[in-house]
Design a protein around this ligand. Structure first.
Ligand SMILES: C[S@@+](CC[C@H](N)C(=O)[O-])C[C@H]1O[C@@H](n2cnc3c(N)ncnc32)[C@H](O)[C@@H]1O
Length: 201
């Protein structure tokens, strides 16, 4: 069992009732982010797999799902389709070692705000990607928490943890990425597509 201090702060899996209300169609979100048929994707910090089986269905390709919490991974394995999904129990900071092969896309949804060493983690992601692979991050907008209610209660990370797209770029680009796109995911999120720079190994 991983120790408590291995988990990124403020990244517990949300309750399913309001998560479903906020993200009624995970597949539409993935499409908006430019994920397409044939992409080999790693769902980093996959939680209970809310996006994982939609990923495997949409891409029709091999899909990897990583989380540090064995209970979340067990929940993820019991939902949706299981074909083509490889489940990996481990620390996101070691994604470059965990991944059996380089992937086209690493998706990190609703977790980056809690990462204590974001540029180091981005470096590990770069090493897990194919040349010119994409690191796609889904974040809550940097709005006050009380302005982002779902089912009548404020939700999401504390206001002080939230990152704007510009602040996010400042943390990820130094690890060898170029920001390619920022996509609105209403009502409260955005997705950023970072492309691995060609001169990275
Ligand atoms: C807020 S949930 C997001 C789940 C999923 N990405 C989603 O958007 O539905 C964050 C997940 O990150 C996992 N996590 C936290 N720290 C981690 C670490 N160091 N390595 C891998 N997973 C971690 C937690 O166990 C949790 O399942």
């Amino acid at each position: 069992m991983p120790s408590r201090d291995q988990f990124f702060p403020a990244t517990g899996m949300p309750d399913p009732d309001w998560w479903r209300a906020l993200w009624p169609s995970p597949r539409d979100v993935l499409r908006k982010l430019g994920i397409k048929e044939g992409d080999v994707v790693a769902d980093l910090c996959c939680g209970d797999g809310y996006f994982t089986s939609a990923l495997a269905e949409l891409t029709g390709a091999e899909t990897f799902a990583v989380d540090l919490d064995p209970n979340q991974l067990a929940a993820a394995q019991s939902r949706g389709i299981r074909e083509r999904i490889t489940w990996l129990l481990g620390d996101a900071r070691e994604i470059d070692v965990l991944m059996p092969e380089p992937v086209d896309v690493v998706l990190m949804a609703n977790t980056f705000h809690g990462v204590p060493e974001p540029t180091e983690l981005s470096g590990a992601v770069a090493r897990a990607l194919v040349p010119d692979g994409r690191f796609i991050i889904v974040n809550w907008h940097a709005r006050p928490r009380e302005e982002t209610p779902v089912l009548e209660k404020p939700r999401g990370p504390a206001t002080g943890l939230r990152l704007s797209p510009v602040a996010l770029e400042g943390l990820v680009a130094p690890a060898g990425f170029t920001q390619e796109d920022v996509i609105e995911l209403p009502p409260y999120h955005y997705g950023t597509v970072f492309r691995k720079s060609r001169d990275r190994p």
